[in-house]
Design a protein around this ligand. Sequence first.
Ligand code: NAD
Length: 269
Amino acid sequence: MRNSEEGLRGRVAVVTGGASGIGLAISEAFSETGARVAIFDLDEEAGRRVASGLDGARAFQVDVSDSASVCAARDAVESDLGPIESWVNNAGISDPELARRVAAAGSVQGAGPGAIPTSSLRLVDDEMWSRMLRVHLDGTFFGTRAAAEVMAPRGRGTITNMASICGLVGCATAPHYSAAKGGILAFTKAVAKELAASGVRVNAIAPGHVETPLLTLGEAARRRLEEDTPAGRLGLPEEVAAAAVFLASERAGYFVGATLTPTGGLVTV
Ligand code: NAD
């Protein structure tokens, strides 16, 4: 099936975090199918820049962790572009400050038989924890609810939530990110079961390590990751975007509450 035959031509697709990295690749991939893309991003300027290069696309400044902001943009899309058929909850953040604290703490706390491995748990403060959950988990909930409110009465639509391998297997030094992504996976499965009967399909993607501005790796860490990954390299944003377009397409009609895992074999589930 060629891009133009995905069944998305002329349809309206919302992509949160669509101004950078994986979201940018998803916006481009949807646009290639002939869909009209609404980019919801905190970074207004980057959103506008991306939208200006895509046929029929529009950018909206949205904070996904603020439900009023999400609903206002949803309503603007529905009146300006038409009924929303696909919605990808992709916006996300990393936590460079925690990475800095972990690096500064070294690999062990104390020395000798009583030494304990450095636990990032003690380095995550309350605000780091809740910010991570607000953007990823609250953001996915607000986006899913806003999408379902308009899709379910029409009896059609797809919602795709961006998780991560950290949500599948847990990533050391990222307990809050892992918790948020694991929560997204469980949430996706729960609402997928509820919404399937109203013609709305909800699924998730749990990528491995992907070359985007979010992934900041030193040379040694990058080499280690490439060696550990059976594919021998990190993933590309367009390889994740292909999964997002597939899940939104009519070909994916029997995918309900599923998790697609483009990981290069790093995690196989
Ligand atoms: P990125 O930093 O390149 O892009 C994230 C985008 O989200 C940015 O445009 C940013 O402005 C936007 N954003 C951040 N907070 C927002 C908010 N509150 N409201 C609206 N927009 C907001 O990152 P990426 O690597 O493309 O990540 C996209 C998604 O993929 C994230 O959910 C991330 O957790 C997930 N993911 C990334 C990787 C990876 O290795 N890059 C792996 C697995 C999962």
